[in-house]
Design a protein around this ligand. Structure first.
Ligand SMILES: NC(=O)c1ccc[n+]([C@@H]2O[C@H](COP(=O)([O-])OP(=O)(O)OC[C@H]3O[C@@H](n4cnc5c(N)ncnc54)[C@H](OP(=O)(O)O)[C@@H]3O)[C@@H](O)[C@H]2O)c1
Length: 297
């Protein structure tokens, strides 16, 4: 018998499309939910739009919707960033609530970010660490709260606090690779801030692991066990590309160019994936050297 389908909101995105392909390879039908379904996404059995949502008889829902945060956060852009996460999640949870309990998906995996913790300094941060107070942290808190509403009707909710996902085709990695390949790489600010990163393969494995592990609920840090300081990340990426990395983007210049978003680059989180490792996930790329060798080798 075919397993029940899994639905992905944001299935056209970087993480969503790779998750769809992995689930399809496991023989699981995938329902893609998109404002503009794209036929070129491999692994999608059928499409729905947010207006035609019907998630009855799905085993799980993964919500990866959200406007990209790597932009200047004008007041208008902040509203777009909030609505694309909080309102989308509220509508999704409202739909789940409306379903007959017998046909309702058992688990909601909802996007979030390691930015939840704000500026963590040098303190190792597991899932019990408190939330930060900056814009990104508050956005994650509100996004998570919207998803946690589904626990009121006994749906298991997992919050995917994701670090910077390193994978080909991902905006962050592609930008960094191009910049460093041109010899234009360098430290951001002091370079002492921690960068929680995760290889795309491990990101997808972690999401599948969370779907398949019923004891997991609440926040999960999706970040490699060995985060790097920005300066070490810079040195290792430059070495892997055999390029120098002499440039240095001073804090004031980043703030001038990027506004408030610069703070997200100049501060960081020494996140540790405590819940994933204690629940048995083995990282394929626990170190940056291994991830870069795979991505650039
Ligand atoms: N990639 C990372 O390094 C990273 C790190 C931390 C957290 N995250 C979070 O994880 C989620 C997925 O990341 P990703 O890299 O796959 O993102 P992505 O490639 O930008 O895809 C996000 C998806 O969200 C949907 N979306 C965009 N704007 C929307 C809006 N205004 N309203 C409703 N839906 C909208 C889009 O789907 P349609 O256009 O098809 O509707 C898009 O495919 C995001 O929420 C992101 O913030 C990602």
């Amino acid at each position: 018998m075919q397993p029940a389908p899994i639905a992905i909101l944001g299935a056209t995105g970087f993480i969503g499309r790779h998750l769809a392909a992995r689930l399809q390879a496991k023989g699981i039908p995938v329902t893609g939910i998109s404002r503009s379904p794209k036929a070129d996404v491999a692994g999608i059995s059928r499409w729905q739009t947010p207006d035609t949502l019907d998630l009855a008889h799905h085993q799980a829902v993964v919500n990866l919707s959200g406007e990209r945060v790597d932009c200047r956060w004008t007041p208008a852009q902040k509203i777009i960033l909030e609505r694309s996460r909080i309102e989308v999640t509220e509508r999704l949870v409202g739909h789940l609530r409306s379903l007959d309990p017998a046909s309702r998906p058992a688990v909601l995996l909802n996007g979030s970010g390691i930015g939840y913790y704000g500026d963590g300094g040098d303190t190792p941060l597991d899932e019990s660490a408190p939330a930060g107070t900056d814009f990104l942290a508050k956005l994650c808190v509100d996004w998570e709260d919207a998803a946690l509403e589904a626990t009121t009707f006994d749906t298991r909710v997992v919050l995917l606090r994701t670090g910077v996902v390193l994978g080909k085709g991902g905006a962050a990695f592609d930008k960094l690779r191009k910049l460093f390949a041109l010899g234009l790489g360098g430290n951001l600010g002091s370079g002492r801030q921690w960068m929680p990163w995760i290889h795309l393969d491990d990101e997808i494995s972690a999401i599948v692991h969370a779907i398949e592990t019923p004891i997991l609920h609440g926040p999960l840090n999706l970040a490699a066990p060995q985060p790097e300081r920005n300066a070490d990340f810079t040195r290792k990426l430059a070495a892997a590309l055999h390029r120098p990395a002499f440039f240095h983007a001073p804090s004031f210049a980043l703030k001038l160019a990027l506004g408030e978003f610069a703070n997200a680059l100049l501060t960081g989180q020494r996140a540790v994936p405590a819940a994933l490792t204690t629940s048995g996930l083995t990282f394929r790329h626990p170190t940056l050297d291994s991830a870069l060798a795979d991505l650039l080798g």
